[in-house]
Design a protein around this ligand. Structure first.
Ligand SMILES: Cc1cc2nc3c(=O)[nH]c(=O)nc-3n(C[C@H](O)[C@H](O)[C@H](O)COP(=O)(O)OP(=O)(O)OC[C@H]3O[C@@H](n4cnc5c(N)ncnc54)[C@H](O)[C@@H]3O)c2cc1C
Length: 411
């Protein structure tokens, strides 16, 4: 059964992540919010420190790059074990919550993190893991005509028998860390006439001459994170860079690729929990400065409206946190968690966005100004309700799974 206390073995990780969040992320939050597209060089020092720490014992488990392999997978540290355990998914989640309490934009641009590593961990073979493991890998699924419906992608991958390479052509947009990462995991179809079964992922080196940076996006929030748009123009990759099987299997293939999300969605939910806890912590301080005490021993309706509002936000936040812990715990314990991962992401994305804006409201003009990070967090948090599947898409997935409908039956 799940134990809701922070596992003792992760206490050090959590406290180190909190230290990084305070000393490095918070200290540079506003600077890189203003200096959009400039590289946060302070993070290089951090990456070097992370490399030097042991897996699990330090902060090394604190990023998306370290999650396990699929809903039935435990990551490297959990192979062959079953039962009640907290593995790399839980470690990553707890670390991310703390780091995003510091700054989610900086977390997203931390060297060697990146959701592309989750895809590599989920599908790569031993040889590919040796080549690509530990590198900074971005994920390129979205296209101008394919966002929520990722099966609609049009980027093609044609096999060239003469050179034993795949030749990729198409356009990819909104690639987080696309400019700074070492690798981009690109989704492309081997045969557009065969639908989702023909969609495969390919690892493309960032310096591949066929991968052309078109532009960087200017954004509402997470401005420290670079968001890149690319054109793939006869982009040649060795056939060994295709992740998974090159066969077009009518059943199971695409579902396998989609299972990566079962690991990454709880992590994005965790990011939302971290940002919204930052909002709650700061708002509690501002309320205290204004003389409003929050009394947990009295019913909310008998307290000032601001205190009652705060208590209701906290209870929503706690519900989101518990759903998210469950989804990550299930991944570590080899339990299928697609339903719980989507529930967690839907709840956390909605609650965090709501909490951030309500905290700005409670703080009034102070909350809206640049003198406080509240206004930044309220901008940053919205992306967590959009990428890795929007709020609406998570609810659609939950409905399908509860009702036993296929994606064709419930759209
Ligand atoms: C800052 C940022 C970073 C990103 N990073 C990455 C990345 O690293 N890699 C990557 O591949 N993508 C990335 N994305 C893309 C992101 O995943 C997509 O924006 C998201 O999947 C939604 O796709 P869309 O923007 O095309 O919206 P659409 O799919 O066009 O949706 C528009 C609206 O319609 C709703 N909607 C769509 N279909 C349905 C439906 N069937 N039922 C109900 N409502 C529906 C959506 O929820 C949304 O509200 C990023 C986006 C942003 C903004």
């Amino acid at each position: 059964m799940i134990n809701l206390e922070t596992p003792r073995k992760f206490e050090q990780l959590v406290s180190q992540a909190h230290l990084v969040a305070t000393e490095i992320f918070r200290a540079n939050s506003r600077k890189y919010d203003r200096a959009e597209h400039s590289y946060p060089k302070e993070l290089d020092m951090l990456a070097a420190a992370i490399d030097g720490m042991n897996e699990g014992g330090g902060i090394s488990g604190a990023g998306a790059g370290t999650v396990g392999s699929g809903p039935s997978g435990n990551g490297a540290s959990g192979k062959g074990r079953s039962g009640n355990r907290n593995g790399s998914n839980m470690a990553s989640l707890l670390g991310l919550i703390e780091l995003c309490w510091g700054d989610v934009g900086l977390l997203l641009t931390m060297p060697r993190q990146g959701l592309g590593q989750a895809a590599i961990a989920a599908v790569a073979d031993e040889e590919q893991l040796a080549r690509f493991g530990g590198k900074w890998a971005a994920m390129a699924i979205t296209e101008p005509e394919a966002g929520s419906d990722s099966a609609a992608i049009r980027t093609t991958a044609k096999y060239d028998e003469d050179t034993d390479e795949y030749v990729l052509n198409g356009e990819k947009i909104f690639v987080t860390s696309g400019d700074r990462a070492d690798l981009i995991v690109v989704w492309a179809t081997l045969d557009p006439s065969q639908g989702r079964a023909a969609i495969k992922s390919f690892v493309v080196e960032r310096d591949n001459p066929g991968l052309k940076l078109d532009r960087l996006e200017h954004k509402l929030g997470i401005r420290a994170s670079d968001t890149a748009n690319f054109v793939l123009d006869n982009c040649r990759v060795p056939k060994e860079n295709l992740l998974g099987s090159p066969e077009i299997a009518p059943k199971g293939g695409f579902a396998g690729v989609m299972q990566t999300f079962d690991n990454t969605r709880p992590l994005v939910a965790g990011m939302a929990i971290g940002v919204s806890r930052a909002c709650l912590d700061r708002t509690r301080e501002l309320l205290a400065e204004a003389g409003i005490e929050i009394d947990y021993d009295r019913p909310p309706h008998s307290q000032p409206a601001a205190a009652a509002d705060f208590i209701s936000m906290e209870s929503d936040w706690e519900a989101a946190r518990l759903l998210t812990l469950r989804a990550a715990w299930m991944a570590d314990n080899r339990k299928p968690n697609s339903l719980q991962a989507s529930m967690a992401k839907a709840k956390a994305g909605r609650v965090a966005t709501d909490v951030a804006l309500r905290c700005v409201a409670l703080a009034g003009s102070v909350g809206y100004g640049e003198g406080e990070l509240l206004e930044k967090w309220a901008r940053d948090v919205k992306i967590l309700d959009i990428f890795e599947g929007t709020q609406q898409i998570q609810l659609l997935i939950v409905s399908r799974l509860l009702l036993g409908k296929t994606s064709g039956e419930l759209k």
